[in-house]
Design a protein around this ligand. Structure first.
Ligand code: FES
Length: 136
C-alpha cells in the first residue's frame, strides 16, 4: 500500500468516526417533553418563589412562574430551537425566554422571533387553595 493510500484510508476512517460521534450526541439529546405527559401538584406554602410576581421554579423540566398579573404559567425548559435547557421566565415582558440564542415566546408558548418559530410547549395550571396543579 502506498503511503498516500494509507493516509486517505486513515482520514476516511476518522471522518466516519466523527460522523458517528456527532450522530451519537444527537441521539442523546434530552427527551422532548412535548410527548411526555405532565401532571404534578405543588404546595405553594413550600415554594415562596411562587408567592411573588415574577418568581419561578423548575421541576422535572417544567418551568412554573407567577406573572405580574398574579397568574401562574408553565412551560417546558427545553427550547424548541435546539433543545437546550435554557428557558427562563422574563417577568418584565411576561414571556418565556431561552438564553441560549434569544428565542422568545409569549406566555401561551407562541414564538415571537425566528428562533422561537417552533413555539414552546406550555402546560395548564389550576390553583386550588395552596395547591397548584400543573398538567398537560
Ligand atoms: S436553544 Fe433556545 S434559542 Fe437556541
Amino acid at each position: 500500500m502506498q503511503r498516500r493510500d494509507f493516509l486517505l484510508r486513515i482520514s476516511a476512517g476518522a471522518a466516519a468516526g466523527l460522523a458517528a460521534t456527532s450522530l451519537g450526541s444527537c441521539l442523546s439529546q434530552p427527551e422532548n417533553p412535548q410527548n411526555t405527559p405532565v401532571d404534578f401538584t405543588l404546595d405553594l406554602s413550600q415554594f415562596p418563589q411562587l408567592n411573588r410576581t415574577g418568581g419561578f421554579l423548575i421541576k422535572d423540566n417544567v418551568l412554573v412562574a407567577r406573572t405580574i398579573q398574579g397568574d401562574y404559567v408553565a412551560a417546558t425548559v427545553i427550547c424548541s430551537h435546539e433543545q437546550q435547557r435554557k428557558v427562563v421566565y422574563d417577568d418584565d415582558k411576561n414571556q418565556f425566554h431561552c438564553t441560549a440564542h434569544d428565542a422568545r415566546f409569549d406566555s401561551r408558548g407562541k414564538g415571537l422571533n425566528s428562533n422561537g418559530k417552533r413555539n414552546l410547549t406550555v402546560y395548564n395550571t389550576q390553583l386550588n387553595g395552596n395547591d397548584l396543579r400543573v398538567y398537560s
